[in-house]
Write a protein that binds this ligand. Structure first.
Ligand SMILES: C[S@@+](CC[C@H](N)C(=O)[O-])C[C@H]1O[C@@H](n2cnc3c(N)ncnc32)[C@H](O)[C@@H]1O
Length: 214
C-alpha cells in the first residue's frame, strides 16, 4: 500500500504547473477541440450527471460542463481541486469539486450517469476495487469512461513505493478490459495513440479509452 498522503502531496506540488502540458491544460484550440469531440461521443448528449474521479485541474470537467452536463470532480490533492474550482468559475460554468479519495469518492448516496477517469487508475493502490466502487455509483444504463494507457515514461521518479502499485506505469487495454468485463454489459476500446491532436503531438505508446455500460 502506498500512502495516499504521499500521493496527494506529490500532486499538490505538481498542481501549479500541471496545465503546462498540452494534454493537461488543453490550452491549444485544436487539442481542446479533439477532446471535446471524443467526449461528445463517450458521454451521451443531454445533461448527464458525471463524476470525474482524479479530476486534476478540471480540464475535462470544464469541457463536460460546457456541453451541458452536471459535473462533480473528486481529487486527492487540494491544489488540484482549487484549480478546478477556479477554472470552471472563471469560465462561468457550474461544477462541484471535492477533495477526497477516488477509490471511495465522498459523494454520499449520489448516483451518476457517467464515471470518468483519465490517467488515474495507474496510481491507485487497489484499482480493481475502485472500478467496482464506481460501477456501484452508476444508474442503470450508466457508463464508465476510462482514458488510460501504458506510458514509456516509467523512469520518472514518483512517490516512494510506487513500484508496488498494481498498474504503476499504466495499464494496457487488454488487462483493463479483463478487469472491467465482469462488472459491465457492453465494452469497447477506442485507440487514441494515433490522434496527435489529443496529445499535442505524436505519441508512440499505448493510449486508449475504454467505454463500458452497466
Ligand atoms: C495524471 S493526473 C490526471 C488528472 C486529470 N484526470 C486529467 O486527465 O487531466 C492524476 C490525478 O489523480 C489524482 N489522484 C491520484 N490518486 C488519487 C486518489 N486516490 N484519489 C483521487 N485523486 C487521485 C492526482 O491528484 C491527479 O490530479
Amino acid at each position: 500500500m502506498v500512502e495516499p498522503d504521499a500521493i496527494g502531496a506529490y500532486w499538490d506540488a505538481a498542481a501549479a504547473s500541471f496545465d503546462d502540458e498540452p494534454d493537461h491544460g488543453l490550452q491549444a484550440g485544436p487539442t481542446r477541440a479533439a477532446w471535446r469531440r471524443r467526449l461528445a461521443d463517450w458521454v451521451p448528449a443531454g445533461s448527464a450527471d458525471v463524476l470525474d474521479v482524479g479530476c486534476g485541474t478540471g480540464s475535462l470537467s470544464l469541457l463536460l460542463a460546457e456541453a451541458g452536463h452536471r459535473v462533480t470532480g473528486v481529487d486527492l490533492a487540494p491544489g488540484m481541486v482549487a484549480r478546478a474550482q477556479r477554472k470552471l468559475a472563471e469560465a462561468g460554468r457550474p461544477g462541484r469539486f471535492l477533495v477526497g479519495d477516488a477509490a471511495s469518492p465522498p459523494t454520499g448516496e449520489a448516483a451518476f450517469d457517467v464515471v470518468l477517469a483519465r490517467h488515474l487508475l495507474w496510481t491507485l493502490s487497489a484499482p480493481r476495487a475502485a472500478l467496482a466502487d464506481w460501477v456501484g455509483r452508476l444508474r442503470p444504463g450508466g457508463r464508465l469512461v476510462l482514458v488510460e494507457g501504458r506510458w514509456r515514461t516509467t523512469g520518472i521518479p514518483y512517490v516512494s513505493g510506487a513500484e508496488r502499485l498494481p498498474w504503476n506505469g499504466g495499464v494496457g487495454a487488454a488487462e483493463l478490459a479483463a478487469a472491467v468485463r465482469p462488472l459491465a454489459r457492453g465494452l469497447r476500446v477506442e485507440v487514441l495513440s494515433g490522434d496527435p491532436e489529443l496529445w499535442g503531438g505524436p505519441v508512440d505508446d499505448e493510449r486508449y479509452a475504454l467505454i463500458a455500460e452497466v
